[in-house]
Design a protein around this ligand. Structure first.
Ligand code: UDX
Length: 449
């Protein structure tokens, strides 16, 4: 099928390449000329496992191309819109400038029967507002939220755990899964999306057809739930800290209850990235607008707990030196908001590093993927790509992104040959505390004795 993908960031670039890899003829469109130039050469503009391979393959096969020219969308059956919805500069709400610009830019190139499939994370109610503009061209608007995790984006796009398609009410009524048309012979857009995602549909991936509002809510509700789960265990870490309990054992014990589950009960310096923080804030803002602020008031606490954990990690380092890190060499292991990513948007890791620098520590940061991005944002810090070089001469280490390079592959004995001091703060509870202590280190975890 001919597809266009408007917006070639984390979501769009992966989506375009993934759709080409399952056999579609895809054009990716973005206003950023540099990004388009990079993608056109088959180069991934950011670190994402597996993306490079499917980009090269798509471009070599001729099924994938990139352009800044919106006219190239003309002739596609489905137009995916995957532009960013960042937090507004002066508030918590989502900034819909890019979504509106993408839809307006696309309108002249739509033909009757085309489908515009929104993928961006938007405040509930956005699709219903956009629909009349799209429908005036004879095209149909659906909402098809994206649940991809950075680091797993290619897998999550080609082989997702569920597919959700929000359609406007008259289609929603007619869709039972078997029906391909509405009563008047009109093709149901959900069935076209089934065709787009044919490999996942064929293997029985749950395919949920719903109304526009529900589809928008699925995405923000999922992220709100995940953020709440992380903050829940981090709140337990705060209690553990004043009672001598161990939050990692607590999480293990809780996780055996299938209704709870162990995943996303990783206590530490909390969540960051381009999605969870801004999505819970945008959700709160939208709920306020709808007069239901109190329904999600807990998300403010979720946010507050999350931010407090960064303070805690900084305090652990400061207290380890008796109250001041002034002129102490602190090596920060990690900069990305999570492993397998070079993304530093709202990265708790980088935030902790910047704060330690602000307190007068000599901060050295290392990270296998995110150093370039970090350096661009915070040029005042010292960046050392080589892990061992970064550790050499350190008075303290702090693990803030749980890359395997630090968590599994760095033995305390080896670290002892490089560092000067013997203080390690485990901001992700990823290290083997007993092993580090046995090697002579003073180990501090998050919510652990
Ligand atoms: C998230 C959602 O998981 C994904 O479904 C959605 O489409 C986009 O937002 P992502 O931002 O890639 O994906 O990261 P995720 O894996 O969810 O991690 C988010 C943050 O939470 C990271 O900073 C991570 O370190 C942190 N985290 C995660 C914890 O602190 N503890 C955990 O147990 C799990």
């Amino acid at each position: 099928m001919r597809l266009s993908v408007i917006g070639c960031g984390y979501l769009g670039a992966v989506h375009a390449a993934a759709m080409a890899s399952i056999g579609h003829d895809v054009v990716g469109i973005d206003v950023d000329e540099r990004k388009i130039e990079t993608l056109s050469k088959g180069e991934a503009p950011f670190f994402e496992p597996g993306l490079q391979e499917i980009l090269t393959e798509g471009i070599e096969s001729g099924r994938l191309r990139f352009t800044t020219d919106m006219a190239a969308a003309s002739g596609s059956k489905v137009h995916f819109v995957g532009v960013g919805t960042p937090q507004q500069k002066d508030g918590y709400a989502a900034d819909l400038t890019y979504v509106n610009a993408a839809i307006d830019g696309l309108l002249p190139y739509l033909s009757p029967g085309d489908i515009v499939a929104g993928k961006s994370t938007v405040p509930v109610g956005t699709a219903a507002e956009l629909a009349p503009r799209v429908e005036a061209t004879g095209a149909t608007l659906v909402w098809n939220p994206e649940f991809l995790r950075e680091g797993w984006a290619v897998k999550d796009t080609i082989d997702p755990d569920r597919l959700v398609v929000g359609v406007s009410s008259h289609f929603a009524r007619s869709t039972t899964g078997a029906e391909a048309t509405t009563g008047d012979g009109e093709v149901n857009p959900a069935d076209v999306l089934r065709e787009v995602y044919h490999p996942a549909v064929a293997k029985g991936t749950p395919f949920i057809v719903t109304d526009l509002a529900t589809s928008e809510l699925v995405k923000v509700a999922a992220n709100a739930f995940l953020a709440t789960k992380i903050s829940f265990i981090n709140a337990m870490a705060e209690i553990a800290e004043v009672t001598g309990a161990d939050v990692t054992q607590l999480a293990d014990a809780l996780g055996h209850d299938e209704r709870i589950g162990r995943r996303f009960l990783g206590a530490g310096i909390g969540f960051g990235g381009g999605c969870l923080p801004k999505d819970i804030r945008a959700f709160s803002a939208r709920a306020e607008e709808l007069g239901r602020g109190e329904s999600v008031a807990f998300l403010r606490e979720v946010d507050a707990i999350n931010l407090r954990r960064r303070d805690r990690a900084v305090d652990l380092v400061v207290n380890a030196f008796g109250g001041s890190v002034f002129k102490k060499n602190v090596t920060v292991l990690g900069a990305a908001f999570k492993p397998h990513s070079d993304d530093i948007r709202d990265s708790p890791a980088l935030d902790v590093a910047v704060r330690l620098h602000g307190l007068g520590a000599w901060v050295t940061i290392t990270d296998p993927a995110a150093l370039e991005n970090a350096q661009r944002l915070h040029p005042q810090l010292n960046y050392v790509p080589d892990r061992d070089e970064a550790i050499r001469g350190a008075d303290a280490l702090i693990l803030v992104t749980e890359w395997d390079e630090y968590r599994r592959e760095l033995s305390p004995e080896h670290a002892s040959t490089l560092a000067t001091g013997r203080v390690v703060v485990d901001g992700r509870n990823g290290l083997d505390a007993a092993a580090w202590r046995a090697a002579g280190w003073t180990y501090y975890g998050m919510g652990r004795p």
